[in-house]
Design a protein around this ligand. Sequence first.
Ligand SMILES: N[C@@H](CCC(=O)N[C@@H](CS)C(=O)NCC(=O)O)C(=O)O
Length: 267
Amino acid sequence: MAPNRLAYLTPGMSAADHIEVMEDPKATYTLRYFDILALGACARDLLAYGGLEFKNITPALDDDWTDNNASPFGCLPILHIESANGKQKTFISESMVVDQYLAKKVGLLGTNVWEEQVIRALYSSIYFFREMFFTLSFAPNDEKQARIDKFVSQFLPSYMASLEFHLGANGNNGYFTGDKLTLAEFILANTLDHVGQQPQEFSKPVLEAIQKNHPVVWHLKTMVDAEPRLQVWRASAEYKHLKDNTEVYYRFTSIKAGGVKPSKKED
Ligand SMILES: N[C@@H](CCC(=O)N[C@@H](CS)C(=O)NCC(=O)O)C(=O)O
């Protein structure tokens, strides 16, 4: 059977129609993603930060999930956008594209073309850091501890030094570029949250090393976390449910990958 794929040019709509929905200032949003934070976390933060009206659709990740959740590449997240009059709909796929689209929408992608490319570059690099960290979960069991140790003693300090360098080059005012929050700080805070949602065998050494050796970077995370609209979202029952589910999900992923004995955060 042909895979259930979603075309970018949806039937009955021209490219101009798609543009109109994307540019509708009163559009509403639905994030279709599983019942966890992970690749949907930054998008939800941006929607909450921007005060944009949104809801979550959270398909169960079972064998049949694609039957009712067509997507361009058979994976989620997808951001659905609906015009204010409800007549036209479009969507954006791929987490990095969704995050950058929303960041622009809510004013977190700089004020000019130069700032924008700096922010996009930082986003891309921090996303890569996140992927590097994530590969630890899938290391063969007997290599896992050595891989974690190597990550913490080599990759992490070198990567953190790069972030500190860029913060310093911007005058050490606490931001990567300019003098206010952007997507770059958002994705960093989000990535460190993502680390913290993994079993503590992975998360603890990484977060402790950042707090101890890279306080400037850690401070930046606390600054994003203190953003009032994010705090409201994080305090919601919906967010707490997603966070709890995420921690369970990653413990399970770690077991499936033959991982180190997963343990609860409080162990
Ligand atoms: N490149 C995609 C990757 C998305 C992705 O891998 N999503 C996973 C969940 S985190 C997925 O949809 N998995 C479905 C499946 O494995 O059947 C993106 O960044 O959006």
